[in-house]
Design a protein around this ligand. Structure first.
Ligand SMILES: [Zn+2]
Length: 269
């Protein structure tokens, strides 16, 4: 599933389209997590992309009147190709057609979405989002203040999009491992000094993942439509019963809120 670094990588791959005009669009199949607006093709026609930005795991295209809010869901990807390219892949839901290029949204599992809205900040997918993890506002004091009043586990707390956006299951496990904090601990037991270490590691892990993603950018341009998601070198996630890199203990796996959590019982306390 695309997490924040993958979405950031996708966003960077298409950011050159800022200022370009979408000549026309084509909805091949409107059935995504929410149905694509039936007016989509008539609205997204001869419109200039005033801005492209990433917010949490959303990529937002701003036109003069409307904003287009795109989420990659579990398996969505964007493919850039020449306009004349007739290559069509199964699950190509929406196409944005430019002067000589084309951006195609492909999503086999259909958990992604594309919305058009005139009031972006009030949109139900956007209005309750917390702050960005790479923003300066996300610091030890901010995290500690939320932790103090919460009995939920620290892992659930950092994955809650109302607190901070875009930390998915994989990077939550990785950050807690790097910070040597047990993911099952109650948030109100996490001290300020630990919040400091955790915040630093969340930022480091995300930045490293984005950096690795940057090196695979060329994949976005390949006509075969390979998504360009990268293999980030994971230290704990998916390594159940394998030896911890920090000690001789085997990595444990537990299920928290229906999500797999991986951690080292010895290194993470
Ligand atoms: Zn260990």
């Amino acid at each position: 599933m695309p997490e924040l670094p993958e979405v950031e990588t996708t966003f960077r791959a298409i950011s050159d389209f800022k200022g370009k005009i979408i000549k026309s669009s084509k909805v091949n199949n409107p059935n995504l997590r929410w149905k694509v607006d039936s007016n989509f093709e008539s609205i997204v026609k001869d419109v200039r992309i005033e801005d492209i930005e990433r917010r949490a795991k959303y990529i937002i295209f701003s036109f003069k009147k409307y904003s287009m809010l795109l989420h990659l869901g579990m398996s969505g990807s964007l493919r850039i190709s020449d306009k004349s390219d007739n290559y069509f892949k199964k699950h190509d839901h929406v196409e944005l057609i430019f002067n000589n290029k084309k951006i195609t949204y492909n999503d086999p599992r259909r958990f992604g979405s594309i919305h058009l809205t005139e009031k972006l900040d009030a949109h139900f997918l956007i209005k309750n989002l917390g702050i960005e993890p790479l923003d300066k506002k996300f610091d030890a004091v901010y995290l500690n203040n939320i932790c103090k009043n919460s009995k939920t586990s620290i892992k659930s707390l950092i994955m809650n999009q109302k607190n901070v956006v875009g930390i998915g299951n994989i990077y939550a496990s990785e950050s807690l491992y790097m910070a040597k904090i047990n993911p099952l601990r109650s948030a109100n037991n996490i001290e300020l000094s630990e919040c400091k270490t955790l915040v630093k590691n969340i930022k480091d892990v995300l930045k490293r993942a984005i950096k690795v993603g940057g090196t695979t950018l060329k994949d976005f341009y390949s006509a075969d439509g390979s998504a360009g998601y990268f293999k980030f070198k994971l230290k704990v996630y998916g390594r159940e019963n394998e030896k911890c890199f920090g000690c001789n203990e085997k990595i444990s796996k537990v299920v928290q809120n229906q999500r797999a959590t991986y951690y080292c019982k010895s290194c993470q306390s």
